[in-house]
Design a protein around this ligand. Structure first.
Ligand code: ASP
Length: 464
């Protein structure tokens, strides 16, 4: 007999069906045993009647056992119908019940809202936590958001291209995770902070519209809501100006909300725009929460913040790129920039999208001219030799017909977090790390064997 998914059981009244899944609830009433069974599509009630062949296994089965059930779909008597609930008007008369795999009692109740459980315990048993209805909903919500983006990108002529995970660094303001090379002892790959350089190089290659659901890794001191790895909808377009990127992005977000979260209300369209300077002056932050009611999770106050400074001072008085060194400067500030004058007043042709007080993304129009890119590196105090060593490929690529281009990279974890009304991004990531960057389930990071270290030519001299 072929399997029937539980959500379709109601279409088979009077028929015998086979379902596979888990015991969700079991109520033993002595002569009769009641069950709720669940699979990925929903739940259904079943009953083992007195004298049934299934009684023996029904007595053995416990919650979370994996089962295969053959049963007859009966309509419930009118008074027992639960209106508006999936399978609320049917019941499965269980004819046989096979236990495919028993289960020990889980360390916490996965049938309720697990946010009340200690998070370390949830993370240690994440695969069980993910059974809970809220986490199932979050993961499916995330899938829907990613599918929406992918479809929207394709419909607009973007091509999805994977870029390397093992690469040479892109400086984007964070420390990089380092991967030792066994074949080239003493040499290292790094993990991408973002596909920034690759997506720009793909513009030189003539793809014109690229996107990727990109995993990014940043070795930052963990605070609050950060994760060492996170996901961006990364995209880049050729022959565009800032207005083109903003309008494309804005339209996509409005459609996303309308399609997947129609219960939510966008406060203002077109999204309000503020310069960085205005935002700081008016709200004291570059990610203002513009909701009328700051506690209303169903209100979505998107805003654009534009014209960020191109350069900023670090704590030790050095100059760094405020976003990254590949941003173009605003045409009005180009003269100052090329002359290297008054550099902290130079504005980048950049933009951030903020939502309810969170930064969803930064982006910019990029430099596509070799001498401008060199000028940024020079102002950042990067020597000619370093420039060639670190960015020679990019500088060279710009001499082979690089089109004007710009892009953006909204953070998917944050978007889903806000849309699913969750308080932090761990709730919308299947297997997140703790605030200290640990995987409590498998135990990463962990030491590696002496043999591996030797093969890699690495010796450890500081142990915590
Ligand atoms: N690569 C940038 C980031 O990760 C985004 C962009 O400029 O497109 O912030």
């Amino acid at each position: 007999m072929t399997r029937t998914y539980i959500k379709n059981a109601g279409e088979k009244i009077g028929e015998e069906i086979l379902i596979n899944g888990w015991v969700d609830v079991r109520r033993d009433q002595g002569k009769m045993v009641f069950f709720d069974f669940r699979d990925m599509t929903g739940a259904v009630q079943g009953v083992v009647l007195p004298g049934s062949d299934a009684m023996e296994t029904a007595k053995e089965a416990r919650e979370e056992f994996v089962i295969s059930v053959r049963g007859k779909v009966n309509e419930r008597p009118e008074k027992n119908k639960q209106k508006g609930k999936l399978n609320g008007d049917i019941e499965l008369e269980i004819l046989s019940l096979d236990i495919l795999n028993p289960a020990v009692t889980p360390p916490f109740n996965t049938r309720g809202d697990t946010r009340e459980i200690n998070e370390d315990v949830r993370l240690k048993y994440r695969y069980l936590d993910l059974r809970s209805p809220r986490m199932q909903k979050n993961m499916r919500g995330r899938d829907a958001v990613i599918s929406f983006f992918r479809k929207h990108m394709h419909e607009n002529g973007f091509v999805e291209i994977e870029t390397p995970i093992m690469m040479k660094g892109t400086p984007e303001g964070s420390r990089e995770y380092v991967v030792p090379s066994r074949l080239h002892k003493g040499q290292f790959y790094v993990l991408p902070q973002s596909p920034q350089q690759f997506k720009q190089l793909l513009m030189v290659s003539g793809f014109e519209k690229y996107f990727q659901i990109a995993r990014c890794m940043r070795d930052e001191d963990q605070r609050g809501d950060r994760q060492p790895e996170f996901t961006q909808l990364d995209y880049e377009m050729s022959f565009v100006n800032r207005e083109d990127v903003l309008l494309y992005t804005e339209d996509m977000f409005i459609k996303l909300v309308k399609t997947l979260y129609p219960g939510k209300k966008i406060s203002e369209t077109p999204f309000p725009r503020l310069t960085y300077e205005e935002s700081i002056k008016k709200y004291g932050t570059d990610k203002p929460d513009l909701r009328k009611d700051k506690n209303n999770g169903d209100e979505l106050a998107f805003a654009w913040i534009v014209d960020f400074p191109m350069f900023e001072k670090t704590g030790n008085d050095e100059i760094q790129a405020a976003h990254h060194p590949f941003c173009a400067v605003k045409p009005e500030d180009r003269k100052k920039f090329m002359e290297g004058k008054d550099i902290f007043s130079i504005r980048a042709d950049s933009y951030d999208l903020v939502l309810n007080g969170y930064e969803l993304s930064s982006g910019s129009i990029r430099i596509h001219d070799r001498s401008e890119q060199k000028q940024v590196f020079e102002l950042l105090g990067i020597s000619e030799e370093e420039q060639i060593k670190k960015f020679g490929h990019l500088l060279e690529a710009f001499t082979y017909g690089a089109p004007p281009h710009g892009g953006f990279a909204p953070g998917i974890d944050r978007i889903v977090m806000i849309l699913e009304n969750e308080p932090n991004i761990r709730e919308v990531i299947a297997f997140p790390k703790t605030g200290e960057g640990r995987d409590l389930m498998a135990g990463a990071p962990s030491e590696i064997s002496e043999k591996q270290l030797k093969e890699l030519g690495i010796s450890i001299n500081t142990k915590k």
